[in-house]
Design a binder for this molecule. Structure first.
Ligand code: NAI
Ligand code: MG
Length: 493
């Protein structure tokens, strides 16, 4: 377990938020929260007991009828107030996020802006949820109405802590659902800050509950709770499978975002300088701890050698450093667990392929979970470093001959979250867009993400779509209403 269980001294112990009350949890179930750049404990949060999880679900259940009955206008206004508060507190939120997750402060600032934008978007969308009139052939009025699913259990990862909370909470609240959110055990701090502000922003007690703890305890208790109607999860494929099995018991609604092994594909006719930048940005942003990381870099053989050299040369410039330093381009990985995992893959990679740069822990950093930005090349697509999600700054560069070859390699993966294609040939680029089996395709860029556009994967990257109108749909049921307009009896018997 990456995060040590420990009892006692309160390094800023943070309570949970359940039914409009601060809940400190029990003394013998505590999670240490670290600064991954210093390895120091910066806070402690409860590892919620099943009873506390039950209290959170009960609070969400009790709050559901009244919240579902509020007008969409009122729910929208609540979301706008949350967005406004996030903007007002952006500096402290970004600093906390950066310190707790290890991501560079400049990236954390972008994240917090996106958090506010997400609440604004769904604040606006709350009043645009409409049903349909169905064109049935009888003398009747047939309607479909949209209604909130109920109590949503939302389990999120540590790579974009508050942003993932926003992606989950905003559409659910707009739809009229109530929520029990569990942040990752490594990064609960910004979600708990948000919890502190909720009563002042007009969020009724019980509508949002934030519980903390380990996945195997708190997370599992939440997923298995019979009063949960829907589970929204972002994280590993392994846990996604556990959740899917658990959800079967009550046929809970489930959406899963499970990461991937996304190809970033470079044709010889791409703008070379832009391509090099795009290859590095695609895989090294946020230390590579990105579900859509372009971790397989597919390069056409005509430019392959030159590409690997140029990418390597530019990678030397990536500045590792303390997350809060504005010049830092890469911070530490989030936890010891993730650090060990990435070091493990670097060791595997050295046996499976050639090293262009990196391949180990970062030298020159006294403390912290820093690893070197690493580029492997001549990687067979059958290699583990080409098939398994590493979730760290590790690129696997793979050569290809032509379009057909690129498609075959790109799609030869159990995952299907994202891909990017770089070419100046619009015909070829668009053929690739159609051929790639994944939920997101960028052309001549990789990673820009917008709340207006759908996010989610094919294949083992999960199912369901977040963001945009797709995101709110996942929190809505559709009710068919048939209104007979014939006043006469049916006349069947
Ligand atoms: P994880 O999937 O174990 O954790 C994600 C969330 O799920 C956390 O909130 C955790 O507490 C919770 N969780 C864990 N086990 C659970 C269970 N049995 N029931 C309910 N909730 C549970 O991810 P972890 O261990 O932090 O990272 C392992 C790998 O997962 C990474 O190396 C990466 O490959 C992948 N990952 C993918 C992410 C994505 O954005 N798709 C995000 C984080 C990790
Ligand atoms: Mg795990």
């Amino acid at each position: 377990m990456a995060v040590a269980r420990s009892v006692g001294k309160s390094v800023g112990a943070r309570p949970m938020w359940i039914g409009g009350k601060r809940v400190v949890g029990s003394k013998d179930r505590v999670v240490d929260v670290l600064d991954p750049s210093t390895e120091e404990v910066i806070a402690r949060v409860p590892d919620a007991t099943p009873k506390e999880v039950g209290a959170a679900v009960a609070a969400a259940r009790a709050a559901f009828p009244a919240w579902a009955a509020t007008t969409p206008q009122e729910r929208g206004r609540v979301l706008f107030r949350i967005a406004e508060k996030v903007r007002a507190e952006a500096a402290i939120l970004a600093e906390t996020e950066s310190r707790n997750s290890g991501k560079p402060i400049v990236e954390a600032e972008f994240d917090i802006n996106d958090v506010a934008t997400c609440f604004e978007y769904y604040g606006g969308l709350a009043t645009k949820v409409t049903g349909h009139v169905n064109p049935v052939p009888d003398n009747a009025l047939s309607l479909s109405l949209k209604e909130p699913v109920g109590v949503a259990a939302q389990i999120i990862p540590w790579n974009y802590p508050l942003l993932m909370a926003a992606w989950k909470l905003a559409p659910a609240l707009a739809a009229g659902c109530t929520c029990v959110l569990k942040p990752a055990e490594q990064t609960p701090l910004t979600a708990l800050m948000l919890a502190d502000w909720l009563p002042g922003l007009g969020v009724p007690d019980g509508v949002v509950n934030i519980i903390t703890g380990f996945g195997e305890t708190t997370g599992a208790a939440l997923v298995n709770h019979p009063e949960v109607d829907k589970i929204a999860f972002t994280g590993s494929a392994a846990v996604g499978k556990i959740i899917l099995r658990a959800a079967a018991e009550q046929i809970k609604r489930v959406t899963l975002e499970l990461g991937g092994k996304s190809p970033n594909i470079f044709f010889a006719d791409a703008d070379f300088e832009a391509a090099i930048d795009g290859a590095l940005f695609g895989v090294f942003i946020n230390q590579g701890e990105v579900c859509s990381a372009g971790s397989r870099v597919l390069v056409q053989r005509k430019i392959y050698k030159h590409f690997v050299e140029a990418m390597t040369e530019k990678a030397k410039r990536i500045k590792l450093g303390p997350p809060l330093a504005r010049a830092t381009k890469m911070g530490p990985l989030v936890s010891k667990e993730q650090y060990d995992r990435v070091l493990g893959y670097q060791a595997i990679g050295k046996k499976e392929a050639k090293v262009a740069i990196g391949g180990g822990k970062a030298t020159g950093m006294k403390k912290g979970y820093y690893v070197e930005p690493t580029i492997f090349y001549d990687v067979p697509n059958s290699a583990r470093i080409a098939r398994e999600e590493i979730f760290g700054p590790v690129a696997s560069v793979i050569p290809f001959d032509d379009e057909k070859d690129a498609i075959a390699i790109a799609n030869d993966t159990p995952y299907g979250l994202a891909a990017a294609v770089w070419s100046r040939d619009i015909y070829k680029a668009l053929r690739m867009v159609k051929a790639l089996r994944c939920g997101i395709v960028w052309v001549n860029h990789m990673q820009p993400t917008y709340v207006e556009a759908p996010w989610g994967g094919y294949k083992q990257s999960g199912f369901g779509r977040e963001l945009g109108p797709w995101g709110i749909e996942e929190y809505l049921e559709t009710k068919q209403v048939h209104i007979n307009l014939n006043e006469a009896p049916i006349g069947w018997y």
